[in-house]
Ligand binder design. Structure first.
Ligand SMILES: [Zn+2]
Length: 581
């Protein structure tokens, strides 16, 4: 995706009144400096959703939803990033830097879209006169309404139907080719890619046809399903078949069900299960996972119960783990042998399918069951192996209650992690599980305080000058603190919301969001004093740390001249610090 310059985003967010943007969609009530509402992202009776005009971001204490005006539009209006930026830019009357809009405005893209539209019309016309294709859908019990909704068409038998109808000149032929509708044989002859197939158009988020899937009518005629190749418009790892129809059907999608085939989606819709989407002949990619969770908090993956199905499910686990923010849930439904969602929903109806979903395996169970499948948990060796396998996976889960609970479960299963209660471990504070924390409110570390203050008032970082002495301190979170200070120094106008946006992909984003949503007491002056205090303490700790290092090295007899001078300077500095206290 084209990158939009950070400065543009900061500026856009600074000019945007987040209260106005959200207030136009959700009734807000003023409460002191902030605004509250009943959360639009989860069901609740009393308001726990807050919008802060000074921080330029929103936060829900109930479900953890949070973000800037951009993320609000992405989540509430279900816009993609670029479209949300466009929308805000339109509101405040600024122009989005041109290169970032390439994909939207490129005339090439428009031509491709038009070629695909023409092809879609062609397939629909062919369908209306094909008894064979109509008979196939009749047999499968697909109603006229569903055929219309999904725009199901037919590609005629023979090699030149589409080519002759639409490829009337060289330019058009080229377009059809680039749209993935033609094939070429070794002797250079160009012919229709889809022949004698029922055609399923694949729509993008705006309902435009960007590709096709075709299903054979005669069993022995090529692969059962054939998809368009990757084109400038179609990347199968990023698209989900049926998502557009699901969005058309629901204002708020209660859950998404991920299946493997077009006919699964259609049969489910036909029987009243109207929240199913299909991956297009690929495993679940990280892009898919992102798209799924952006549209629904609960995602159910349906797979065959066989080995291949379990393998595919594991791929899905790997893609969703880094996206398991609090409030999101993933489930796995393994189908009985020889069945697929299509056959099941025909036999059992929507209610039967729903019962199966209710019994689906939660992600946590599938993960630990899979990891422990060939491990003897009655032995220490087995427990060790499970812990070793689980760790790299669990660290991918964003900070939050779910991450804590998964860590806790691992501890229950293996005992590993329980001893981490000692304060000197190198587990970052944000990662320490709920079980490891003392029952009382955890005392916030200095680093964490400094980060919290900075998030509250990014401009505080202006008072610091690089190089930062505390950057060498060996404590969890120091790197992040330095990173934040750097960003604010480069972008002094940055708001809390924009700062969070900058760190959206950071492993600690969950913790950052939590810190940012707290309301710290005190006025600006007070916050500034507290921040500079924390930084000073950190500098002192760095001096002590370096002293310890040098003295240890000295005991081992290995100090060079420069290091001796440094040691002396540090000792003097420490004496000075002590006098000052
Ligand atoms: Zn909420």
């Amino acid at each position: 995706m084209a990158r939009i310059p950070d400065g543009f985003i900061d500026d856009l967010l600074a000019r945007t009144d987040i209260v106005e943007v959200i207030g136009a969609r959700v009734p807000l009530k003023r409460q002191g400096k902030e605004y509250s509402a009943r959360c639009p992202f989860h069901d609740e009776r009393s308001p726990s959703f807050w919008v802060s005009p000074t921080k330029q971001f929103y936060h829900c204490f109930g479900c953890g939803a949070h973000g800037t005006a951009i993320s609000f539009l992405m989540n509430y209006d279900r816009l993609e990033f670029l479209d949300a930026v466009d929308e805000l830019a339109k509101r405040v009357g600024v122009e989005v830097p041109r290169d970032t809009r390439a994909r939207n405005e490129n005339s090439d893209t428009q031509d491709l879209i038009h070629a695909l539209e023409a092809a879609q019309r062609f397939f629909l016309r062919q369908y209306s006169t094909s008894g064979k294709a109509q008979g196939y859908l009749d047999n499968r019990g697909v109603s006229i309404d569903i055929r219309d909704r999904f725009g199901i068409g037919y590609a005629p038998d023979g090699f030149n139907g589409l080519r002759d109808a639409l490829g009337t000149d060289e330019r058009r032929l080229k377009l059809l080719d680039r749209a993935g509708l033609l094939s070429k044989n070794d002797s250079g002859r160009v012919y229709d890619k889809f022949r004698d197939r029922v055609m399923f158009p694949i729509h993008d988020r705006r309902g435009r046809v960007i590709a096709f899937g075709g299903r054979v009518l005669d069993k022995d005629d090529g692969p059962k399903y054939l998809n368009s190749p990757e084109t400038p418009l179609f990347h199968k790892g990023r698209e989900l078949y049926g998502l557009w129809q699901v969005r058309q059907t629901h204002n708020k999608i209660p859950r998404l069900i991920v299946v493997e085939g077009y006919m699964d989606v259609i049969a489910l819709f036909q029987h009243g299960v109207d929240t199913a989407v299909a991956t297009l002949g690929t495993a679940t990619t990280p892009d898919h996972a992102e798209l799924l969770f952006r549209n629904a908090a609960d995602v159910y993956f349906c797979f065959d119960g066989d080995r291949a199905g379990r393998g595919a499910a594991w791929k899905a686990v790997e893609s969703v783990l880094p996206r398991m923010k609090d409030g999101r849930q993933a489930f796995f439904l393994f189908l009985p042998e020889g069945e697929d969602p299509d056959t099941l929903v025909r036999q059992e109806g929507a209610d039967g399918f729903d019962r199966r979903l209710q019994e689906a395996m939660p992600l946590s169970q599938f993960l630990f069951d899979s990891l422990a499948a060939d491990v003897n948990l009655h032995t220490l060796e087995g427990k060790g192996r499970l812990a070793e396998r689980a760790k790299p996976l669990l660290t991918q889960i964003p900070d939050g209650a779910f991450a804590d609970l998964m860590q806790q479960r691992l501890t229950e299963l293996t005992g590993v992690g329980a001893r981490a209660a000692s304060p000197q471990t190198h587990v970052p504070a944000q990662r320490a599980s709920a079980a490891q924390r003392p029952a009382a409110t955890p005392k916030r570390s200095l680093v964490r305080s400094a980060i919290a203050l900075l998030l509250q008032k990014p401009a505080l970082a202006a008072a610091l000058e690089p190089p930062y002495g505390f950057a060498r301190l060996n404590q969890p979170g120091v790197d992040l603190l330095v990173e934040i200070v750097d960003v604010v120094q480069q972008r002094p106008e940055i708001s809390t919301g924009a700062l969070l946006e900058h760190f959206a992909e950071h492993a600690q984003i969950g913790a950052l969001q939590k810190l940012a949503s707290q309301s710290l007491p005190g006025n600006e002056e007070h916050l500034q004093r507290e921040f500079l205090d924390a930084i000073e303490q950190l500098q002192k700790q760095t001096v002590v740390q370096r002293l310890d290092e040098l003295q240890a090295q000295q005991r081992d007899g290995g100090l060079g001249d420069a290091e001796k001078r440094e040691l002396l300077a540090l000792l003097q500095m420490r004496a000075g610090l002590q006098r000052a206290q």
